[in-house]
Design a protein around this ligand. Structure first.
Ligand SMILES: CC(C)(COP(=O)(O)OP(=O)(O)OC[C@H]1O[C@@H](n2cnc3c(N)ncnc32)[C@H](O)[C@@H]1OP(=O)(O)O)[C@@H](O)C(=O)NCCC(=O)NCCS
Length: 406
């Protein structure tokens, strides 16, 4: 069974975590949990900065304004609190001189693979002041030094010039170009994969390095701080909390519905996939795996010759990883290819994915040939992709639903 042993999650309280203050160029940056009271500023900045953000944000049938209502902000705060508790995501508000100035997150936290994904947006009024660089440095340092992460990635839309430049300037290394990686701004868009390994961080830490760099190279910009908060502020906070009651109730109800839907969809149903070559059958393994994992026994001419399936099935990104494991040394490569082809069809046709990918070692001739034969393209190399020591690189191969149609 392709099940890895899960390592324990670090005993840190994400919910109440505050990072900083970091003082650079006479200004103070703090990373803190999002609060209901941030709604007004969040909405104002998001609506004002729409042209810089919407093209790279997940596609939605809602208007940009309708995506930034109080109900939506409360929902976002509760969802992030939930994920903080589960320690799957660490979502923070970027505060500059006491003002809400954007959001930054480490999502898809995986304490077994020691990896996470960085996401960020900043108040465009602060653009090119080093805000993103410093916020990124604070959170990634925390990830490397406290959470024990060893690899942080940033998938960036190849049309997003500021973010590409900020990642490169921030020390992230370009690793791959991923076709139709994410449905953003109305369509599936190509993304560049950037990665940073803990072993590549400067000895003084990213914050130490970038603070010095910014002090040496940057001009100052505006500041005022709000310590403690006045009486009217406390009333404001109380009103915000009252206003949040209905959205909170709606959120919990939808969460319960979503949990039930996921449980129902994860229920292991007897699935048997017949590959075109007729002699190859994929029989769903009834052993319950993590949500987003579907394992199959690979049978050729009635004998089990290996295991394969889809894992990391990500409905948010509409993508899934195809894995082929424990292949018998004498297994016929044509059977493995037939099984992989059948899984791609299953991924697109049944699971509704837009992209199926494989992580393959450069010297793995069997899986490389299978990937080529089923129409996948090699998009690049993911450095230190698998935990070590030493961490191991893997080539990224992928096919999209559109490419499979061709
Ligand atoms: C991308 C983003 C986070 C950059 O934030 P920022 O605070 O301006 O970044 P920094 O000031 O730290 O910039 C670091 C470097 O990135 C590069 N850069 C940033 N903005 C740039 C731009 N508009 N054009 C070209 N290069 C740019 C520069 O090299 C800059 O260094 P320099 O100013 O010393 O030349 C910000 O533009 C943003 O929030 N965009 C909208 C949301 C988004 O795209 N998020 C990323 C999704 S993957």
């Amino acid at each position: 069974m392709n099940m890895r042993t899960e390592l324990p999650k670090p005993a840190v309280d994400f919910e109440r975590l505050r990072l900083g203050p970091c003082r650079v160029l006479g200004h103070t940056m703090v990373l803190r949990p999002p609060a209901f009271a941030d709604f007004d500023t969040w909405r104002r900045l998001r609506l004002r900065d729409r042209e810089y953000t919407e093209p790279y944000w997940i596609t939605s049938p809602l208007s940009w304004s309708a995506r930034h209502t109080r109900k939506r902000w409360v929902r976002e705060c509760l969802m992030r609190r939930n994920r903080a508790r589960a320690r799957t995501d660490l979502a923070m508000v970027i505060e500059v001189d006491g003002q809400f100035a954007g959001q930054i997150s480490l999502s898809a936290l995986d304490f077994t693979a020691k990896t996470a994904e960085l996401g960020i947006w900043v108040d465009i009024a602060l653009a090119r002041s080093g805000a993103a660089t410093l916020a990124g440095a604070m959170l990634v340092d925390y990830g490397f030094d406290v959470l024990g992460l060893e690899r942080v990635v940033a998938p960036i839309c190849t049309e997003n010039v500021p973010a590409l430049a900020a990642a490169e300037r921030g020390g992230f290394v370009h690793e791959a170009v991923m076709a139709e990686y994410f449905d953003a701004g109305g369509k599936f868009k190509e993304h560049a994969l950037y990665g940073l390994l803990a072993c590549e961080a400067p000895p003084e830490g990213l914050v130490g390095y970038w603070s010095a760099y910014l002090e040496e190279s940057h001009v100052a910009h505006h500041s005022n701080s709000v310590a403690g908060g006045s009486m009217s502020q406390r009333v404001h906070l109380a009103v915000d909390a009252l206003r949040a009651i209905v959205p909170m109730a709606t959120y919990w109800a939808s969460e319960a519905r979503e949990r039930y839907r996921r449980l129902r969809s994860c229920a292991t149903k007897a699935v048997v996939l017949h590959a075109r070559s007729g002699s190859v059958i994929l029989r769903k393994l009834e052993v319950p795996g993590p949500c987003g994992h579907e394992g199959f026994a690979l049978e050729a001419d009635g004998a089990v010759v290996g295991e394969c399936g889809l894992q990391q099935i990500n409905e948010f990104q509409c993508s899934a990883e195809l894995f082929i494991d424990h292949i018998a040394p004498d297994a016929d490569p044509d059977c493995v290819e037939a099984a992989a082809r059948r899984l791609v069809e299953y991924g697109f046709g049944v699971r509704g994915m837009n992209r199926v990918w494989m992580a393959i070692a450069a010297d793995d001739a069997l899986r490389t040939k299978v990937a080529e034969r089923i129409g996948m393209s090699c998009e690049g190399t993911m450095r230190g992709y698998l935990p070590g020591p030493p961490r191991a690189d893997r080539d990224l191969w992928a096919i999209t639903a559109a490419a499979a149609e061709r």
